[in-house]
Design a protein around this ligand. Structure first.
Ligand code: TRP
Length: 460
């Protein structure tokens, strides 16, 4: 693309009002279904403690350095991930192929959004289901029946998926400062208060010690390669890495704000929420006869409602819980659509509303595949996996780590070390050196190793 016909230069999309709005927005993006729905169930499926430890190591040594790199690239490029990467690659003088990082990322975002909105829809459904009191006193069988009647009904699923997409687009149409900025300032504090209330509830009514033992005691026998692969993929998913969401948000970050400290705050908050969600869920699971921690994706939708339906205060706290998850999912989905929207605005020079409608509709149509994978297309599988499972694996387990690998290789090897370090806006030189070393050596080799061995074990 030539300069003159190229995208609009500068931050056409706006800038966060302060570093704190950026922290809230990025935390809002990071904290989502990944923390409250996915983390507990994959930790449960992989046996708890050992998985959690690997996951924490991935966050610390791989994901955090990459998150810093993503924010840095976004701020250097000051545009949507696609064009930001083009600009930075050009300035670096590296081969143009590196620019594909931006494309892969934006594509991954739209793919994730397509199924994220379907699950987000389930959450909305459960706000109403719990809040109406219809589930009060329900047995495990009743709740299971209600869950499968939702999954088996494409119309119902599409209704809730559509509502979730409309909520998402509603915020993004408002733009960076008035839409995203204002939304996260209201949503995030509320989320932390709600989670705290639920933790107290779990401590009072659940088996706190059993929950803690499950999440934090290391048993190496429960660890598998596919578990390691899932832990790595999840460290990307939960911090919103590998698709340009954080890069896009970084593009709106005020000049000069220190990236290292900012990212540590965000990653710390995200990890705290995941562990808190685990400690809100598992103690209750262990205190309830017949409930298993390895229930899979239905853990949050089937196990928890039964528990809430039969506990003192369950109507109130159960409803509160799903409101909390709605807020978390909502503030994440806006970051899934933003990179593609920003790119469309720059490239087609269309309004935010038009860009939203185009990308939103595309993701919605693709999401129908996920909707049908629970009913009409239940038996159409690829190597035993439904459409939804293929999408989840292809994005979370492959695409995100792959883009993460490319980002760490680009910043660690293709960019000049001094340039990369200077762009972080921090002055603790020793810390910056550690960062660069983690990125260039630890992150690249860990991701490459886990991807190769994980894929090999899965398919051979
Ligand atoms: N991090 C969010 C969660 O945990 C999901 C999410 C939002 C995401 N934006 C992303 C995942 C970008 C990967 C990439 O639910």
């Amino acid at each position: 693309m030539s300069e003159s016909s190229g995208p609009v230069q500068g931050t056409v999309h706006g800038v966060w009002r302060s570093r704190w709005v950026f922290i809230l927005a990025a935390t809002g993006s990071a904290v989502g279904l990944g923390n409250i729905w996915k983390f507990p169930y994959i930790a449960g499926e992989n046996g708890g403690g050992a998985f959690v430890l690997v996951y924490l190591a991935c966050i610390l040594f791989v994901a955090i350095p990459i998150m810093m790199a993503e924010v840095m690239l976004g701020r250097l490029g000051r545009m949507s991930p696609v064009n930001a990467m083009k600009k930075v690659v050009k300035a670096t003088g590296a081969p143009r192929l590196w620019g594909s990082i931006g494309w892969l990322g934006v594509a991954a975002g739209v793919l994730i959004l397509s199924y994220y909105a379907v699950i987000g829809g389930w959450v909305l459904h459960y706000v109403v289901e719990m809040g109406s009191g219809r589930l009060q006193g329900a047995s495990a069988g009743d709740v299971a029946a209600s869950f499968s009647s939702l999954l088996e009904n494409p119309q119902k699923l599409i209704f809730w998926q559509t509502l979730f997409m409309v909520l998402t687009m509603g915020v993004v149409i408002g733009g960076v400062t008035k839409g995203l900025g204002v939304a996260v300032k209201v949503m995030m504090p509320l989320l932390f208060v709600l989670l705290f209330v639920l933790l107290i509830f779990a401590a009072q009514h659940g088996d706190w010690a059993a929950g803690a033992r499950f999440l934090f005691s290391f048993r190496s026998d429960s660890l598998t390669w596919s578990g390691v692969m899932e832990a790595l993929g999840h460290s990307f998913f939960t911090l919103s890495l590998g698709m340009g969401a954080i890069m896009a948000y970084g593009a709106y970050m005020p000049e000069g704000a220190p990236i290292g400290r900012t990212v540590l705050t965000i990653a710390g908050l995200d990890t705290l929420v995941s562990l808190a969600a685990g400690m809100a869920i598992f103690p209750i699971v262990f205190a309830s006869p017949g409930m298993a921690p390895n229930a899979g994706p239905s853990l949050m939708f089937q196990t928890l409602p039964v528990i809430f339906a039969n506990m003192p205060g369950g109507l109130f706290f159960g409803t509160l819980f799903f409101v909390l998850v709605t807020i978390a999912a909502w503030s994440s989905s806006i970051s899934l659509i933003e990179p593609a929207v920003a790119w469309l605005i720059e490239t087609w020079r269309v309004s935010r509303a038009t860009a939203n409608l185009v990308i939103g509709t595309f993701a919605w149509v693709l999401g129908l595949g996920t909707v049908f994978s629970f009913n009409l297309w239940k038996d159409h599988t690829l190597a035993g996996n439904t459409f939804f499972e293929v999408m989840d694996f292809a994005t979370a387990s492959i695409l995100l780590p792959l883009v993460g690998l490319l980002i760490s290789a680009f910043v660690g090897w293709a960019m000049k070390r001094e340039d990369a370090m200077a762009a972080l806006g921090d002055n603790a030189v020793r810390v910056l050196k550690v960062w660069h070393w983690l990125l260039a050596y630890v992150a690249t080799s860990a991701i490459a190793l886990i991807l190769v061995v994980g894929l090999y074990k899965k398919f051979f």
